[in-house]
Design a binder for this molecule. Structure first.
Ligand code: SF4
Length: 368
Protein backbone atom coordinates (compact mmCIF):
# COMPACT_ATOMS: atom_id res chain seq x y z
CA UNK A 1 0.00 0.00 0.00
CA UNK A 2 1.25 3.49 -0.84
CA UNK A 3 1.84 5.91 2.03
CA UNK A 4 2.39 9.67 2.03
CA UNK A 5 5.93 10.03 3.43
CA UNK A 6 6.33 12.00 6.64
CA UNK A 7 10.11 11.71 6.72
CA UNK A 8 12.22 13.90 4.43
CA UNK A 9 15.92 13.47 3.66
CA UNK A 10 17.79 16.18 1.76
CA UNK A 11 21.22 15.44 0.31
CA UNK A 12 23.62 18.38 0.01
CA UNK A 13 26.36 17.05 -2.26
CA UNK A 14 29.16 19.50 -1.45
CA UNK A 15 32.23 19.40 0.78
CA UNK A 16 35.25 21.64 1.26
CA UNK A 17 37.50 18.72 0.20
CA UNK A 18 37.13 14.96 -0.13
CA UNK A 19 38.03 12.73 2.84
CA UNK A 20 40.11 9.74 1.79
CA UNK A 21 37.73 7.17 3.33
CA UNK A 22 34.49 8.73 2.08
CA UNK A 23 32.14 6.76 -0.15
CA UNK A 24 29.24 9.23 0.06
CA UNK A 25 28.37 11.18 -3.04
CA UNK A 26 29.82 14.67 -2.68
CA UNK A 27 31.73 17.15 -4.82
CA UNK A 28 34.81 18.78 -3.28
CA UNK A 29 35.12 22.58 -3.56
CA UNK A 30 32.15 23.14 -5.89
CA UNK A 31 31.93 26.34 -7.89
CA UNK A 32 29.37 28.98 -6.87
CA UNK A 33 27.50 28.29 -10.12
CA UNK A 34 27.06 24.60 -9.18
CA UNK A 35 25.68 25.57 -5.79
CA UNK A 36 23.30 28.02 -7.49
CA UNK A 37 22.06 25.30 -9.85
CA UNK A 38 21.61 22.93 -6.93
CA UNK A 39 19.55 25.45 -4.94
CA UNK A 40 17.30 26.24 -7.91
CA UNK A 41 16.70 22.60 -8.74
CA UNK A 42 16.10 21.46 -5.16
CA UNK A 43 13.49 24.20 -4.61
CA UNK A 44 11.72 22.91 -7.72
CA UNK A 45 11.99 19.34 -6.41
CA UNK A 46 10.44 20.41 -3.10
CA UNK A 47 7.55 22.07 -4.97
CA UNK A 48 6.97 18.92 -7.08
CA UNK A 49 7.08 16.45 -4.22
CA UNK A 50 5.56 18.35 -1.29
CA UNK A 51 1.93 17.69 -2.36
CA UNK A 52 2.61 13.94 -2.04
CA UNK A 53 3.87 14.11 1.56
CA UNK A 54 2.00 14.25 4.86
CA UNK A 55 2.92 16.73 7.60
CA UNK A 56 6.60 16.03 8.15
CA UNK A 57 7.49 14.30 11.39
CA UNK A 58 11.21 14.38 10.64
CA UNK A 59 13.59 16.21 8.32
CA UNK A 60 17.24 15.20 8.00
CA UNK A 61 19.65 17.32 5.97
CA UNK A 62 22.83 15.37 5.31
CA UNK A 63 25.49 15.01 2.69
CA UNK A 64 28.13 15.95 1.91
CA UNK A 65 28.48 18.85 4.28
CA UNK A 66 25.30 20.96 4.51
CA UNK A 67 27.16 23.58 6.59
CA UNK A 68 29.58 24.06 3.69
CA UNK A 69 26.88 26.22 2.04
CA UNK A 70 27.31 29.97 2.65
CA UNK A 71 25.07 31.75 5.18
CA UNK A 72 22.78 32.98 2.41
CA UNK A 73 22.69 29.63 0.61
CA UNK A 74 21.88 27.81 3.82
CA UNK A 75 19.09 30.31 4.57
CA UNK A 76 17.68 29.84 1.07
CA UNK A 77 17.69 26.04 1.38
CA UNK A 78 16.11 25.97 4.84
CA UNK A 79 13.50 28.58 3.98
CA UNK A 80 12.58 26.57 0.87
CA UNK A 81 12.06 23.47 3.06
CA UNK A 82 9.94 25.47 5.49
CA UNK A 83 7.79 27.12 2.85
CA UNK A 84 7.29 24.03 0.68
CA UNK A 85 6.33 21.39 3.27
CA UNK A 86 3.99 21.31 6.23
CA UNK A 87 5.49 20.18 9.53
CA UNK A 88 3.95 18.15 12.37
CA UNK A 89 3.92 20.23 15.57
CA UNK A 90 6.80 18.36 17.26
CA UNK A 91 8.82 17.64 14.11
CA UNK A 92 12.49 16.67 14.50
CA UNK A 93 14.61 18.85 12.19
CA UNK A 94 18.22 17.69 11.92
CA UNK A 95 21.18 19.06 10.02
CA UNK A 96 24.69 17.61 9.74
CA UNK A 97 27.47 20.14 10.23
CA UNK A 98 31.23 20.09 10.18
CA UNK A 99 32.56 22.20 13.04
CA UNK A 100 34.97 24.27 10.97
CA UNK A 101 32.32 25.28 8.43
CA UNK A 102 29.88 26.57 11.06
CA UNK A 103 29.86 30.19 12.21
CA UNK A 104 27.56 32.41 14.31
CA UNK A 105 25.65 33.62 11.23
CA UNK A 106 24.91 30.06 10.08
CA UNK A 107 23.85 29.12 13.60
CA UNK A 108 21.45 32.10 13.55
CA UNK A 109 20.02 30.75 10.26
CA UNK A 110 19.48 27.30 11.81
CA UNK A 111 17.71 28.83 14.78
CA UNK A 112 15.53 31.14 12.65
CA UNK A 113 14.38 28.28 10.42
CA UNK A 114 13.48 25.89 13.23
CA UNK A 115 16.33 23.38 13.11
CA UNK A 116 16.25 21.62 16.48
CA UNK A 117 18.90 18.92 16.17
CA UNK A 118 22.52 19.24 15.00
CA UNK A 119 24.82 16.35 14.23
CA UNK A 120 28.50 17.27 14.31
CA UNK A 121 31.14 15.42 12.30
CA UNK A 122 34.04 15.02 14.73
CA UNK A 123 35.43 11.57 13.72
CA UNK A 124 38.54 11.90 15.93
CA UNK A 125 40.26 14.56 17.99
CA UNK A 126 43.66 13.07 17.27
CA UNK A 127 45.58 14.85 14.47
CA UNK A 128 47.45 11.59 13.89
CA UNK A 129 44.33 9.50 13.31
CA UNK A 130 42.59 12.25 11.34
CA UNK A 131 45.59 12.28 9.01
CA UNK A 132 45.61 8.48 8.85
CA UNK A 133 42.05 8.32 7.49
CA UNK A 134 42.51 11.44 5.36
CA UNK A 135 39.84 13.47 7.17
CA UNK A 136 39.52 16.94 5.64
CA UNK A 137 39.13 20.10 7.71
CA UNK A 138 39.56 20.57 11.44
CA UNK A 139 37.66 21.09 14.64
CA UNK A 140 38.22 24.84 15.02
CA UNK A 141 35.51 26.54 17.03
CA UNK A 142 33.82 23.30 18.12
CA UNK A 143 33.27 24.28 21.79
CA UNK A 144 32.23 27.82 20.84
CA UNK A 145 29.67 26.59 18.32
CA UNK A 146 28.24 24.10 20.79
CA UNK A 147 27.86 26.82 23.42
CA UNK A 148 26.17 29.10 20.90
CA UNK A 149 23.80 26.37 19.70
CA UNK A 150 22.82 25.69 23.30
CA UNK A 151 22.39 29.40 24.08
CA UNK A 152 19.92 29.52 21.19
CA UNK A 153 17.99 26.54 22.52
CA UNK A 154 19.37 23.80 20.22
CA UNK A 155 20.33 21.35 22.95
CA UNK A 156 19.77 18.16 20.96
CA UNK A 157 23.33 17.68 19.73
CA UNK A 158 25.00 14.60 18.33
CA UNK A 159 28.51 13.66 17.24
CA UNK A 160 29.96 11.14 14.78
CA UNK A 161 33.17 9.28 15.60
CA UNK A 162 35.25 6.74 13.69
CA UNK A 163 37.12 3.89 15.37
CA UNK A 164 39.23 0.90 14.38
CA UNK A 165 41.71 3.24 12.70
CA UNK A 166 45.08 1.60 11.94
CA UNK A 167 47.40 2.10 14.92
CA UNK A 168 44.59 3.20 17.26
CA UNK A 169 44.64 1.55 20.67
CA UNK A 170 41.75 1.03 23.06
CA UNK A 171 43.13 3.91 25.16
CA UNK A 172 43.25 6.22 22.10
CA UNK A 173 39.63 5.35 21.31
CA UNK A 174 38.55 5.90 24.89
CA UNK A 175 40.21 9.34 24.83
CA UNK A 176 38.13 10.31 21.76
CA UNK A 177 34.97 9.02 23.42
CA UNK A 178 35.61 10.90 26.66
CA UNK A 179 36.52 14.14 24.93
CA UNK A 180 33.34 13.94 22.83
CA UNK A 181 31.09 13.11 25.76
CA UNK A 182 32.62 15.97 27.77
CA UNK A 183 30.96 18.25 25.21
CA UNK A 184 27.62 17.11 26.61
CA UNK A 185 26.27 15.59 23.38
CA UNK A 186 23.08 13.58 23.71
CA UNK A 187 23.69 11.33 20.72
CA UNK A 188 26.75 9.48 19.51
CA UNK A 189 27.23 7.60 16.23
CA UNK A 190 30.31 5.39 16.13
CA UNK A 191 31.47 3.76 12.91
CA UNK A 192 34.27 1.28 12.43
CA UNK A 193 36.55 2.44 9.62
CA UNK A 194 35.80 0.48 6.48
CA UNK A 195 37.83 0.61 3.32
CA UNK A 196 35.25 1.18 0.59
CA UNK A 197 35.70 0.73 -3.15
CA UNK A 198 36.34 3.94 -5.07
CA UNK A 199 37.80 5.84 -2.15
CA UNK A 200 41.35 7.08 -1.77
CA UNK A 201 41.92 4.57 1.03
CA UNK A 202 41.51 1.71 -1.45
CA UNK A 203 44.87 0.54 -2.60
CA UNK A 204 46.69 2.38 0.18
CA UNK A 205 48.42 0.16 2.68
CA UNK A 206 45.65 0.56 5.28
CA UNK A 207 45.85 -2.46 7.51
CA UNK A 208 42.58 -3.06 9.34
CA UNK A 209 42.88 -3.34 13.12
CA UNK A 210 42.64 -6.75 14.70
CA UNK A 211 39.04 -8.00 14.70
CA UNK A 212 38.99 -8.60 18.45
CA UNK A 213 40.29 -5.07 19.06
CA UNK A 214 37.45 -3.67 16.93
CA UNK A 215 34.94 -5.64 19.01
CA UNK A 216 36.56 -4.38 22.22
CA UNK A 217 36.28 -0.82 20.91
CA UNK A 218 32.59 -1.35 20.12
CA UNK A 219 32.04 -2.59 23.69
CA UNK A 220 34.12 0.23 25.16
CA UNK A 221 31.96 2.80 23.37
CA UNK A 222 28.88 1.52 25.21
CA UNK A 223 30.69 1.38 28.58
CA UNK A 224 32.09 4.90 28.36
CA UNK A 225 28.86 6.35 26.91
CA UNK A 226 26.84 4.73 29.68
CA UNK A 227 28.85 6.65 32.26
CA UNK A 228 27.56 9.83 30.55
CA UNK A 229 23.95 8.58 30.47
CA UNK A 230 23.87 7.35 26.85
CA UNK A 231 22.69 3.86 25.95
CA UNK A 232 23.24 1.88 22.77
CA UNK A 233 19.97 1.67 20.83
CA UNK A 234 21.28 0.51 17.46
CA UNK A 235 24.44 -1.21 16.23
CA UNK A 236 26.26 2.11 15.69
CA UNK A 237 24.16 4.57 17.67
CA UNK A 238 23.94 5.54 21.33
CA UNK A 239 21.78 8.22 22.94
CA UNK A 240 20.46 9.66 26.15
CA UNK A 241 17.02 7.98 26.46
CA UNK A 242 14.57 10.15 24.52
CA UNK A 243 17.29 11.66 22.27
CA UNK A 244 17.43 8.77 19.78
CA UNK A 245 17.32 9.92 16.13
CA UNK A 246 13.61 9.68 15.32
CA UNK A 247 14.23 10.07 11.59
CA UNK A 248 16.38 6.95 11.40
CA UNK A 249 14.22 4.99 13.83
CA UNK A 250 11.10 5.62 11.73
CA UNK A 251 12.86 4.45 8.59
CA UNK A 252 14.34 1.35 10.24
CA UNK A 253 10.83 0.48 11.40
CA UNK A 254 9.46 0.65 7.88
CA UNK A 255 8.14 4.20 7.41
CA UNK A 256 7.81 5.72 3.94
CA UNK A 257 10.33 8.49 3.21
CA UNK A 258 11.09 11.08 0.59
CA UNK A 259 14.64 11.88 -0.50
CA UNK A 260 15.54 15.06 -2.39
CA UNK A 261 18.84 15.88 -4.05
CA UNK A 262 21.35 13.73 -5.95
CA UNK A 263 21.92 10.21 -4.56
CA UNK A 264 18.86 10.48 -2.29
CA UNK A 265 16.43 7.54 -2.03
CA UNK A 266 12.67 7.58 -1.54
CA UNK A 267 10.20 4.87 -0.61
CA UNK A 268 6.42 5.15 -0.71
CA UNK A 269 5.39 1.78 0.72
CA UNK A 270 5.65 -0.03 -2.64
CA UNK A 271 8.45 1.41 -4.73
CA UNK A 272 11.92 2.65 -3.91
CA UNK A 273 13.67 5.08 -6.21
CA UNK A 274 17.13 6.61 -5.97
CA UNK A 275 18.37 9.71 -7.73
CA UNK A 276 21.60 9.31 -9.69
CA UNK A 277 24.79 9.96 -7.74
CA UNK A 278 25.65 12.78 -10.09
CA UNK A 279 24.81 16.45 -9.69
CA UNK A 280 24.81 16.85 -13.43
CA UNK A 281 22.38 13.97 -14.08
CA UNK A 282 20.09 15.07 -11.27
CA UNK A 283 20.09 18.63 -12.69
CA UNK A 284 19.12 17.16 -16.07
CA UNK A 285 16.25 15.18 -14.48
CA UNK A 286 17.74 11.83 -15.54
CA UNK A 287 15.20 9.32 -14.25
CA UNK A 288 16.03 7.71 -10.90
CA UNK A 289 16.85 4.04 -10.47
CA UNK A 290 13.65 2.31 -9.47
CA UNK A 291 13.09 -0.85 -7.51
CA UNK A 292 9.58 -2.28 -7.15
CA UNK A 293 9.57 -4.58 -4.15
CA UNK A 294 7.15 -7.43 -3.51
CA UNK A 295 5.42 -7.06 -0.13
CA UNK A 296 7.37 -10.13 1.09
CA UNK A 297 10.73 -8.75 -0.02
CA UNK A 298 10.02 -5.39 1.57
CA UNK A 299 8.85 -7.05 4.81
CA UNK A 300 12.07 -9.11 4.95
CA UNK A 301 14.14 -5.98 4.34
CA UNK A 302 12.37 -4.07 7.09
CA UNK A 303 12.78 -7.08 9.37
CA UNK A 304 16.56 -6.81 9.01
CA UNK A 305 16.59 -3.04 9.59
CA UNK A 306 14.62 -3.38 12.83
CA UNK A 307 16.98 -6.13 14.00
CA UNK A 308 19.84 -3.63 13.96
CA UNK A 309 18.16 -1.97 16.93
CA UNK A 310 18.65 -3.21 20.48
CA UNK A 311 14.87 -3.33 21.02
CA UNK A 312 14.30 -5.42 17.88
CA UNK A 313 10.81 -6.00 16.48
CA UNK A 314 7.68 -6.29 18.63
CA UNK A 315 5.81 -8.96 16.66
CA UNK A 316 2.53 -7.04 16.81
CA UNK A 317 4.15 -3.89 15.41
CA UNK A 318 5.79 -5.87 12.61
CA UNK A 319 2.40 -7.31 11.64
CA UNK A 320 0.82 -3.85 11.68
CA UNK A 321 3.60 -2.32 9.57
CA UNK A 322 4.07 -5.09 7.01
CA UNK A 323 0.97 -7.31 7.08
CA UNK A 324 3.13 -10.37 7.89
CA UNK A 325 3.83 -12.39 11.00
CA UNK A 326 7.60 -12.46 11.19
CA UNK A 327 7.75 -16.15 12.09
CA UNK A 328 5.49 -17.08 9.18
CA UNK A 329 7.62 -14.88 6.91
CA UNK A 330 11.10 -16.19 7.86
CA UNK A 331 10.53 -18.91 10.49
CA UNK A 332 13.34 -21.26 9.42
CA UNK A 333 16.02 -18.60 9.20
CA UNK A 334 14.91 -17.12 12.53
CA UNK A 335 15.05 -20.55 14.23
CA UNK A 336 18.56 -21.10 12.89
CA UNK A 337 19.72 -17.64 14.07
CA UNK A 338 18.17 -18.29 17.50
CA UNK A 339 20.06 -21.63 17.68
CA UNK A 340 23.29 -19.80 16.77
CA UNK A 341 22.75 -17.32 19.59
CA UNK A 342 22.29 -14.30 17.30
CA UNK A 343 18.57 -13.69 17.89
CA UNK A 344 16.20 -14.09 20.81
CA UNK A 345 12.53 -14.88 20.16
CA UNK A 346 9.79 -14.49 22.78
CA UNK A 347 6.02 -14.66 22.18
CA UNK A 348 6.06 -10.83 21.85
CA UNK A 349 9.39 -9.78 20.41
CA UNK A 350 12.27 -10.77 18.14
CA UNK A 351 15.47 -9.03 19.13
CA UNK A 352 19.20 -9.41 18.49
CA UNK A 353 21.55 -10.68 21.18
CA UNK A 354 24.84 -8.82 21.74
CA UNK A 355 26.37 -11.25 19.26
CA UNK A 356 23.51 -10.60 16.84
CA UNK A 357 24.19 -6.87 16.95
CA UNK A 358 27.88 -7.43 16.33
CA UNK A 359 27.08 -9.67 13.36
CA UNK A 360 24.08 -7.69 12.10
CA UNK A 361 25.20 -8.14 8.49
CA UNK A 362 25.24 -11.94 8.86
CA UNK A 363 21.77 -11.80 10.42
CA UNK A 364 20.54 -9.69 7.50
CA UNK A 365 22.06 -12.02 4.89
CA UNK A 366 20.25 -15.01 6.34
CA UNK A 367 16.91 -13.23 6.55
CA UNK A 368 16.83 -11.68 3.09
S1 SF4 B 1 33.05 15.69 5.05
FE1 SF4 B 1 31.76 13.83 5.15
S2 SF4 B 1 30.70 13.71 3.17
FE2 SF4 B 1 32.39 15.21 2.95
S3 SF4 B 1 34.07 14.02 2.09
FE3 SF4 B 1 34.33 13.99 4.34
S4 SF4 B 1 33.22 12.13 5.04
FE4 SF4 B 1 32.57 12.56 2.93
Amino acid sequence: MKHAPQALYIHVPFCAAKCAYCAFYSLPAPAAAQRRQYLNRIAAEFADTAPRTGPLKTVFIGGGTPSFLSDNELRELLQAVRSSFTFAPDAEFTIECNPDSLNPDKIAVLVATGVNRVSLGIQSFSPRFRACIGRQGGLAGLERHIALLRDHGIANLGADLIYAIPGQTLADWEADLRQTLALGVQHLSTYALTVEENTRLTGDAVRPVDEQLAVDMWDRAAQVAESAGLRRYEVSNLAVPGAECRHNLDIWYGAAYLGCGPAASSYDGMTRWTHRSSLDEWLRHVSPETDVLTPQARAAEVLTFGLRTVAGWPRKLFRERTGFDLVELRGEAIASLVRDGLLELTPDVLRPTRQGLLFADTVAEQLL
